[in-house]
Each structure stands twice: as structure tokens, then as C-alpha cells.
Design a protein around this ligand. Structure first.
Ligand SMILES: Cc1ncc(COP(=O)(O)O)c(C=O)c1O
Length: 397
């Protein structure tokens, strides 16, 4: 009998060969085994607002969204997304033609890559990059071209010359993420303006992941790339409810873009999930209409948490690049005499009872990311205080 599979041919599609198990699975398993505080994965340890949870329960009970919702998303949510973009950023978005609801930002990224990228196309992404970017570019058959954010005067900075030099005749799109996971960098108005000019000059599409749009601190300001001249018709803006409303398990995300781009991305999206999260879409429509005080309180709360963790890491001897956005801190372990973040993170739970993730796994240039380690601070304040205490008193650090 002939074997069903040839031993010469691996089971996993070769495009995905480099994407085995994620570092999060390894580190979370380590957290469970050692009973360590898990600051590796970025999900809050408290649910979002009670009234939003209740809105989901009401939708379920009332039978709203329990059957397939409309392909582009329920009108209430599309209208709420459009109103949010108008209110916050002055962007006028037509809920009928310019919004597409997705299964989290994750599906939005996948659908955008599958729709817009062909084999041979190059996609420029900021390195370190969120891990799904590399996998989605690979699934689309594209080639990723990383442009590295480097620490400079306390923040990870984009080198605009390097970005310009990375563009070739094969570049199809720029995949931007601001506020940026894992570095916490929020691109400035000047940086965004330069990216926009480059996109216009070289006629590039831009996919911009803005899931941390509400988590910006100090003097930083989140400005959507779509607001810059010439960007409306070439930008796919992605956001999601997970980070803003602390319901990461609901997986409600959305895209805003021109009708032509929405149509293209929807062509891919309809064959991924088709639709998702019916009752949760109703709840997030209500969440987006929460008063401004909700968003201010979220930001203030996260800022306090950032400062607790940053102080703890500094006291433990790490160099902290204090993030202007997101709920992650990227710290440099070199002051501890360490250079290998992967080995450091594998040993950290036993040494201190805290789990972090090595950011080297988010780099193509692994050597550039080697000394950096990411800690999430979207946890209760006492949990962060305990983590800080453990890091400081571990003695071996
Ligand atoms: C930069 C970035 N984009 C997208 C996502 C995924 O968002 P969602 O849970 O809505 O799929 C995350 C989650 O950590 C993220 O950090």
C-alpha cells in the first residue's frame, strides 16, 4: 500500500515551517508549572465594564446575534465604529461602506494580508513585530522586510532613512503598528507624516494596527495614519475591542478603510470566519459609546500600573524604556550582565517567580533583540507590586 504522506514532504505547509509553537505557549506552561506570576501574555486579569458584560448577556437573552450576523458586521457596531472615528479623530467614515467587523484584530490582519499581498510582494513591518504579522505575510506568500526600532534616548525609535531605503519596486505595503507592541513606542506626528509622504510618493498601501489607540501616556498622542494627506484611500486601519474594553476573549475587531479596500479585504475575510461574535458585537456597540471618562480612567489606571512595574524593574537593575503606549514594558537585561533574553526568560520563573517573554522572537535580526525582555502590566496593582517585590528580592538578579 502506498503511504498517505511522503516522508520527503513535511506535513506543515512550508510557508509556515518557521512558525511552530509560539513563545507564549512555552512561557505560559512554565508559569503554570512554577506557579509564577505571568507577565508574559498580554491579557488583563480583570474583566471590562460591568455594563458592557451585561449588554452581552442582554443580547444573548434577547436573541440578538445568536444566528449569523450580517457579513460586514451588525449595523449598530458599524455605526458605533464610525461615530468613534469621527468623534476622536475627525475622520468621516461611512458605516455602510467603510467598516468591516472581524474576529478580533487578528483576523483583520490575516484578511488584509491575504487580500492585498501576492507572492513576490514585499511587506515592510516595524521590527520587533507582533508575531501574527510574520505568519500572515507568509500565508499570503509575501516576503517580510523588517525595519528595526532601536533604543534611542529612552524610546525605541523608527529610523526614517532606513524605512525609505527598505522600499523597493516590489514593496506592496507598509504594515505599521502604533502604539507599538512590544516596545511601547507611539509614533510621533512627524514620524507618521514622513511615513504618509513615503506611502504617497511610492504609491504604497498601508495597513495600520491601532489596537492600543486608547492606551497612550504622558505627552504621547495617538494619531491615525488615515488622517494624513493622501492616506484615506490607501490605508487599512485596524482596531479591536480586546485592549480598549478588557474583553480579549470576545474577539471583536474592525477595519475602517475606503469602500474599495473594504471590498477587497472582505473578499478574504468572508472565507476565514464569514462572521463571528454576534451578541458581543451588540455589546461592543454600546461600549464604544461609553462616556469619555471611561477612556480617561482606563488610561490613568494603566499609567499607574506602568509606573509600578517600571519602578520595580529599575530597582531590580534592568534598564527600562518607559513606554508611551500599550500595556507592555520592554526592558534591557544587559545591566545585569546578561545578554540572552531567551535564556533569561527560561530561567526567570525559577529564579524569581515571574514570567516574561524574550522579544528576540519578534525579530528577524535576532541579535538586535537578544537583550530585550517584555513584561505586561495589564494586571491588578497588587499583582504588579508582588512581581516587583519578587524581582527585587530574588538576589540572583
Ligand atoms: C499589536 C497587536 N495587534 C493585534 C492583536 C490581536 O488583537 P485581537 O485580540 O483583537 O485579535 C494584539 C494582541 O495582543 C496586538 O498586540
Amino acid at each position: 500500500m502506498t503511504a498517505m504522506t511522503s516522508s520527503a514532504r513535511p506535513l506543515l505547509n512550508r510557508r509556515l515551517a518557521e512558525f511552530g509553537t509560539t513563545i507564549f505557549a512555552e512561557m505560559s506552561a512554565l508559569a503554570v508549572r512554577t506557579g509564577a506570576i505571568n507577565l508574559g501574555q498580554g491579557f488583563p486579569d480583570t474583566d471590562g465594564p460591568e455594563e458592557v458584560r451585561e449588554a452581552a448577556v442582554r443580547a444573548l437573552r434577547d436573541g440578538r446575534g445568536n444566528q449569523y450576523p450580517p457579513g460586514p458586521g451588525i449595523p449598530e457596531l458599524r455605526t458605533a465604529v464610525a461615530a468613534h472615528q469621527q468623534r476622536r479623530y475627525g475622520l468621516s467614515v461611512d458605516p455602510d461602506t467603510d467598516v468591516l467587523v472581524t474576529a478580533g484584530a487578528t483576523e483583520a490582519i490575516a484578511a488584509a494580508m491575504l487580500a492585498l499581498v501576492e507572492p513576490g510582494d514585499e511587506v515592510i513591518a516595524l521590527e520587533p513585530y507582533y508575531d501574527s504579522y510574520a505568519a500572515c505575510v507568509a500565508m499570503a506568500g509575501g516576503t517580510r522586510v523588517p525595519v528595526t526600532l532601536r533604543p534611542h534616548e529612552g524610546r525605541f525609535r523608527l529610523d526614517l532613512d532606513e524605512l525609505r531605503d527598505a522600499v523597493t519596486d516590489r514593496t506592496r505595503l507598509l504594515l505599521i503598528n502604533t502604539p507599538h507592541n512590544p516596545t511601547g513606542t507611539v509614533l510621533t506626528r512627524e514620524e507618521l507624516a514622513a511615513i504618509a509622504e513615503l506611502a504617497v510618493e511610492r504609491d504604497l498601501l498601508v495597513v495600520t494596527d491601532e489596537v492600543y489607540e486608547h492606551l497612550v501616556f504622558d505627552d504621547a498622542e495617538h494619531i491615525p495614519l488615515a488622517t494624513f494627506p493622501g492616506m484615506r484611500d490607501r490605508t487599512v486601519t485596524i482596531s479591536s475591542a480586546g485592549k480598549t474594553f478588557s474583553f480579549t476573549g470576545w474577539k471583536v475587531g474592525w477595519i475602517t478603510a475606503s469602500p474599495a479596500l473594504i471590498t477587497a479585504v472582505r473578499s478574504a475575510k468572508q472565507f476565514l470566519t464569514y462572521v463571528s461574535a454576534g451578541p458581543f458585537q451588540y455589546a461592543i456597540a454600546e461600549a464604544l459609546a461609553l462616556p469619555e471618562s471611561y477612556f480617561e480612567d482606563l488610561r490613568a489606571d494603566m499609567l499607574t500600573k506602568r509606573d509600578v512595574l517600571a519602578a520595580g524593574l529599575e530597582e531590580a537593575g534592568l534598564t527600562v524604556h518607559r513606554p508611551s503606549g500599550t500595556y507592555f514594558i520592554t526592558a534591557d537585561i544587559r545591566p545585569l550582565g546578561e545578554t540572552d533574553g531567551i535564556a533569561f526568560c527560561r530561567a526567570l520563573p525559577e529564579r524569581t517567580g515571574v514570567v516574561a517573554v524574550p522579544t528576540a522572537v519578534f525579530y528577524d535580526h535576532r541579535e538586535l533583540g537578544a537583550p530585550f525582555v517584555r513584561f505586561a502590566f495589564c494586571k491588578k496593582k497588587p499583582v504588579l507590586e508582588e512581581a516587583a517585590r519578587r524581582l527585587k528580592t530574588a538576589g540572583t538578579l
